[in-house]
Design a protein around this ligand. Sequence first.
Ligand SMILES: [Zn+2]
Length: 316
Amino acid sequence: MPQPWIRSGRGRRGALALLAAAAAALVLAGCGNGPTRGERGLKPLVLTTFTVLADMTRQVAGDRVEVASITRPGTEIHGYEPTPGDLKRAAGADLVLENGLDLERWFEQFIDRAEADRATLSDGVTTIPIRGASEYAGKPNPHAWMSTANAEIYIDNIRKALTELDPEGRDEYARRAVDYKSRIRKVGEEVRRDLADLPRAQRALVTCEGAFSYLARDLDLEERYLWPVNADQQGTPRQVADLITFVRDREVPAIFCETTVSDKSQRQVAREAGSRLGGNLYVDSLSKPDGPVPSYLDLLRVDVETIARGLKGDAR
Ligand SMILES: [Zn+2]
């Protein structure tokens, strides 16, 4: 059973002071955390649950803290199962940043083991409820970072969490956050321009996961998908049949799937509806650093380029 006093770093530090002798014995036995990173002269370690949040955090943090993502590029993030290595790394973390909105179904269990402070980056965003008749119906769609207006709120939350962790960095975090938010806003305007001339009849975005509700709203696209949230059951015969009908009726020229899931069902939809797969979209994960989408801003640009190319029929 998790102890209430290990839920926050402050509580943990207090508890460790009380249990100093026991902790020292554990360190000698090789199974404790040892001195904190600060005591060892290291930068604070901030873990994020996935790569998009890690990039956002690095943009605000600069060189003052070390930032790492728990899940690696290309990993499915909703039903991820933390490894013993993740838990070991988490034990040395000073702060863990999550998306929230039930995106990371593994997080509560993880944070109980991590014993670090935590912050939820989606706090304060206006959410879009999940449509349809699934078990998720009416719950907030967790992919809120896909709207640039929401991303600016994420950045404010990152700035606050970093400032609390490292008050001496306050001015640098504030300056970097202002600069990064203005770059986010610019890319948001840029991608809206990319699709501004698309005729009404072609404004449909069809994906595997319903992860694009925020982007579709910002870009004025009608959103359809195979399944609402990545889960065990993906691409049921009913979901496939419904989507085939929509794509065929609307004569959608290209449909898409995401990099973190199989596109098998979507290939079937394309085949049977007379459409084509327009490429992979990035949403739950960045690419590796040398791939096409090493940052959140690249993710937005590349996704919208891919969507525009597919819906305008340039790549046919
Ligand atoms: Zn997702």
